[in-house]
Write a protein that binds this ligand. Sequence first.
Ligand code: NAP
Ligand code: MG
Length: 480
Amino acid sequence: MSFLEYAPAPESKAILNLRDSYGLFIDGEFTDGGGKSFTTISPADESRIAEIASADEHDIDRAVAAARRAYEKTWSKMSGRDRGKYLFRIARLVQERARELAVAESLDNGKPIKESRDVDVPLVASWFFYYAGWADKLDYAGLGANPKALGVAGQIIPWNFPLLMLAWKLAPALAAGNTVVLKPAETTPLTALIFAEILQQADLPAGVVNIVTGAGATGATLVRHPDVDKVAFTGSTGVGRDIAKAVAGTHKKVTLELGGKAANIVFDDAPIDQAVEGIVNGIFFNQGHVCCAGSRLLVQESIHDEVIDRLKNRLSTLRLGDPLDKNTDIGAINSAAQLARIRELSDIGEAEGAERWTADCVIPEKGFWFAPTIFTGVEASHRIARDEVFGPVLSVLTFRTPAEAIAKANNTPYGLSAGIWSDKGSRILAVADRLRAGVVWANTFNRFDPASPFGGYKESGYGREGGRHGLTAYLKGAAA
Ligand code: NAP
Ligand code: MG
């Protein structure tokens, strides 16, 4: 039963000025690709958005050569102050075209417009503003005197935050004086290509940033190119492992940002309503397609039933549907393949004995959808407690003491993030100290700031993005 009926409030697509097909962006221009082109679709209704070129080996060669030329002739010769000016210009253009970028992102990815408009795109601008500020201050970053860029960076990003991951990769690399060849994910290339138009608008020298679309093989070719000095990858742990193998024994530096299975720990003294909002934000933000999602709820046994009751009530008010509708809370699952994986792991959860509850929402006829789902009675050995679902699925476990909470939280091959909910500052600090996770949020979740480093322990990868730490991954001599 729904208490409030909302009239549709769709954001208009009229602001988009899409082309019917997009080429590769190499040496400052759009060019044809040698591989077989593919279509990108909207996961909300499976409609075609545009035809996208695919880069083959020869195209990767051209892109790396363009990046090398730009590095030697322009970018490495330019002062930090001048590089900074370009980055500030890009940041301002992102702000100017924010609405267009948000609509394109929601269309191509399926995420709710309120998230792309209020979270993704503003963070993209702030990432460029932040690193623009560093470009002329590298000498004062505590990384040694006169630190030097690495050269050409090959960067590969996933589909869950297409434009934001592009910003996380490009901004520090460019501020540090590197040039780039970037490969977006196959299902979400659109905003990277609109961003290429922004680079033209900003008059960024040709070849400083090259964008090569294509599938996994395009990424693999880029990683293996002998003239790439640095590989930066965000994606699954499996592909991360392949990349680490491929670059072992070469001169290439690597940073890997991989998967996660974060614990969100709720103590009995936590403000429950706030914690419930944090649990919802932790796992249902961006349909749970978040590497640092709070996918394992660890709730103190004495408040378990109350928390779960309130959580179910809250989930019953979430609206699932058209990503471009301003009232939508839960958008579409990004691809048929991802939906199949979420369904498979959820079925395994049920088969292994956990209790499944699903919010009662109307699933649209077309497109890829999965209603918010909670599993209670989950045990540490269950697949849904161990594997990354990367979808709107929460696994609930309980604990009795802080020591048990810490042991359970750390009982995972991953270590990207964690959350703690408690009224007691001393408890928060003591527990945070013992969690093996790169980011620990207290009484909040999924907060991002360009000044704050982000990255993993264990199978969540190595290297840090964001903050001063994020620069070290793109400078010689500085520890990554
Ligand atoms: P994925 O398969 O690893 O893909 C990530 C990127 O790598 C895509 O651009 C993909 O291209 C490309 N790729 C695929 N195979 C490759 C290969 N052999 N060599 C080089 N590149 C290759 O991951 P996904 O399933 O798209 O993304 C979800 C995963 O990413 C989750 O596990 C999530 O936790 C992780 N993730 C981590 C972070 C973080 O910051 N730690 C952030 C976001 C996501 P195609 O798309 O064309 O296949
Ligand atoms: Mg798409």
